[in-house]
Ligand binder design. Structure first.
Ligand SMILES: [Zn+2]
Length: 427
């Protein structure tokens, strides 16, 4: 096995003063220099631990026209990620040990970042009986996060059973909080904008009611609940209350919900159609505040690639979802760093340490310190450019940030001491 040695010169770990980072054989070491090491000049670049996404749709198996594990994980590396959790709504659904192991193996073969499969909560995501959670947990993929994401586990009895079941192996149920009856036919956030546009509204209460119910259920059975893509200020309030009780509840917010509002739907461009929907400016403010004070634990992309024919069509029939891996860190800088709400150490916490802890990934989210796995991203916060999805590695182009000028550029990503991205390009 070839020895790989790198010295990163003059980077700013977590945005602090310049320091050198030495990596030998996949681990950060205390050595000041290494004979024969490759040197990367990182003056001015912020160094963060490799980002971890709790919520990625890689679309393989079954939806390879949208994305493959190869293209999706390359997009992740280009966005600064060293690990992603792959959601279960593939075809076949990741509801067995066999399918989750297949996804885990394809991720290892691609090699751009670690792929941790999420297992389905219910067979086929149809919400009628529990999937084989224990077998997925015991498989080579060692599944710990379970979600029917894309659909809500709306049956309270099933949700209770799932929460009880995963306690045996320290698992977590990640809920897509969407009360189905309250959102039948819903197309966008229910409010002033939906009234004006004549689209069926998606009320905040449809999300908040499920979150409140599930916080109570998780507390009742003493289990771990994670809330996917929180989108309303009211949801933040409920989660803040649940956390104040000491309950095991965690939550994520997407980059798009931190930056975009439902006013964008005015042109009926389906690139802005997403589940949960874009909300109001007051919701965006509540989400930013929740992320800053730690009520919301982490940022997760909900990267949801779709082929052109499913997005460039009329609003009512277009698919829900947006790509996000390659723009996540830049949007976070725009929304919460450049606005003074979070510093880079807090970004590292919200985009690496906490998602790794929630996803039970021991090899990720570690501090940039000797002995840690050499997973890191070097990021230029001074760069500025317009987002051009045509240059993205993702197979899909449905970025709501297309044409928008954003700060930042991922310059390099290292996975266990090996570069996956150098000079902003695949290594
Ligand atoms: Zn979802």
């Amino acid at each position: 096995m070839t020895m790989t040695k790198w010295v990163i010169r003059g980077a700013r770990p977590l945005g602090a003063g310049p320091a050198d980072i030495t990596m030998t054989d996949g681990t950060i070491t205390a050595a000041a220099s290494e004979p024969g090491a490759q040197v990367l000049d990182a003056a001015g670049l912020v160094a963060l631990p490799g980002l971890v996404d709790l919520h990625t749709h890689l679309s393989e198996p079954g939806r390879e026209a949208a994305e493959t594990i190869e293209t999706g994980t390359l997009a992740a590396a280009l966005g600064g990620f060293t690990a992603v959790h792959a959601m279960a709504n593939t075809d076949p659904v990741a509801d067995t040990a066999g399918v989750t192991e297949q996804i885990w193996r394809l991720g290892r073969a691609a090699g751009h970042c670690d792929v941790q499969p999420v297992g389905a909560v219910t067979v086929g995501l149809v919400g009628s009986r529990l999937a084989e959670l224990g077998a997925m947990a015991e498989s080579a993929a060692r599944v710990r996060v379970f979600s029917d994401d894309g659909r809500c586990v709306s049956d309270a009895v099933l949700m209770r059973r799932a929460l009880e079941y995963v306690k045996a192996f320290d698992g977590v149920i990640a809920q897509h909080a969407q009360e189905p009856r309250l959102t039948e036919g819903a197309q966008m956030n229910e409010g002033v904008a939906s009234g004006r546009l004549g689209l069926v509204g998606w009320p905040a209460v449809a999300e908040e009611a499920i979150i409140a119910r599930d916080c109570l259920l998780a507390a009742h059975v003493g289990s771990a609940l994670h809330i996917c893509h929180v989108s309303t200020a009211g949801s933040v309030e409920i989660i803040r209350w649940a956390k104040s009780k000491g309950w095991r509840v965690t939550a994520e917010v997407t980059p798009h919900h931190l930056l975009l509002t439902d006013d964008l739907v005015a042109g009926y461009d389906p690139v802005y159609k997403v589940n949960p929907p874009l909300r109001t400016a007051a919701d965006v403010a509540g989400l930013r505040e929740g992320l800053a004070d730690g009520t919301i634990d982490c940022v997760a992309t909900d990267h949801a690639p779709h082929p052109v024919e499913d997005k460039e069509t009329e609003w009512a029939v277009a698919a829900f979802g947006m790509t996000g891996l390659e723009t996540a860190l830049r949007v976070v800088q725009e929304a919460v760093v450049d606005t003074g709400l979070l510093d880079w150490a807090q970004v590292a916490d919200r985009m690496s340490a906490r998602p790794a802890a929630i996803g039970r990934l021991s090899g990720h989210g570690q501090p940039l310190a000797p002995g840690s796995p050499a997973n890191l991203v070097l990021y230029d916060p001074q760069a500025r450019s317009a987002v051009d999805p045509a240059t993205h590695a993702s197979r899909s182009r449905n970025s709501p940030f297309a044409g928008l000028t954003l700060p930042g550029q991922v310059v390099a990503t290292f996975l266990r001491g090996r570069p996956t991205v150098l000079d902003g390009k695949p290594a």
